[in-house]
Design a protein around this ligand. Sequence first.
Ligand SMILES: *Cc1c(COP(=O)(O)O)cnc(C)c1O
Length: 379
Amino acid sequence: MSQFHQETVAVHAGHHIDRSSGAVAMPITMSVTFEQAPDARHDGDYFYASAGNPNRAALETALAALEGGHAAVAFASGHAAIISVLRTLRPGDHVLVPADVFQGTMRVLTQVLAKWGITHDVVDMTSLEKVRAAFLPNTRLVWTETLSNPLLLVTDIAGIVNLAHSYGAEVAVDNSFVTPVFQRPLEAGADYVVHATTKYLGGHADVMGGAVIVGAPSAGFDDLRLRRWYEGPVPSPFDCWLIHRGLKTLPARMRVHAANAEQVAAFLAGHPAVEQVHYPGLASHPHHALAGRQLSAYGGLVSFQVHGGKEAALKVLSQVRLLIRATSFGCAESLIQHQASSPTHGPGTGLAENLLRISVGLEHPDDLIADLDQALRSP
Ligand SMILES: *Cc1c(COP(=O)(O)O)cnc(C)c1O
């Protein structure tokens, strides 16, 4: 597949015509068990559904191809993928995580892994100097998430990789916010790419899933793949089928998400009711230049702060008609959220109270802008 462009890879990787029926859309194989040879040998591709399934294998082939990786392991959720990578660590190991990491990753570290003797420190990943200063002799993993939530900060993946590898540590990148269409961490030397396929990869807010992709064979990856079987966070065949279907339109959808987001960001930046816009495609973003080098486009999320504090932000939220008040991102519908009110971003996370985050969807940008304009103007 590597000879093809990414749009072609997205449509064809992992796809095959069903030889028994000629079906072009792949069938969903629900079977839990698979027939064995008369002499009891297990020499087929499949044996038992938690060990392997044709829809899961097809999805994993497509995920690995899209990230330019060696192999992928699909999980039942993004959380399951995250903990699976963190548990390649052993008791006594230490991990560095970014200050604005996904709150689910933080909860796993503080409420699950701390009990098993895996420690962590929080560091501003956008400063290579601060990351260097945070390394301990037992640091084995650097966890990064870029773009970050909700300020869409950019971490220099190649810089982190050089640093971590010089200390004998591995690097995992949560690539959920921009997808392989805009950013390919394995090409920058990252060891693991992690996805909540629940978001852009599935693309329709109707299926949960996660994935881990690696650039090269490794003992850690073999262990992770086996643990998915032993521990059981397997995605269903139908969920795999839905996510695989989503991947076929991923490059096409991402182009529209990003083009719409650029227009929404530019509109907000020029609006008198808006105090500040956070979008890496704007020259005012602190990491605009790095984003331009590392990403092929700036993604589909836009955060902004309004004049008038929390009250004004909640007012805008209450007035939108087309945008939907909901958490998550990466679906066709535009979503808007007051992050500071979210149960996962409560008090103490230092989040601005006047900040709203938009997952810009696939509607016409003029309609989104008109809706935001009337919401911002409402007295
Ligand atoms: C949503 C999200 C996850 C978790 O995915 P789930 O499928 O909800 O478990 C992980 N990382 C990031 C960046 C996310 O936004």
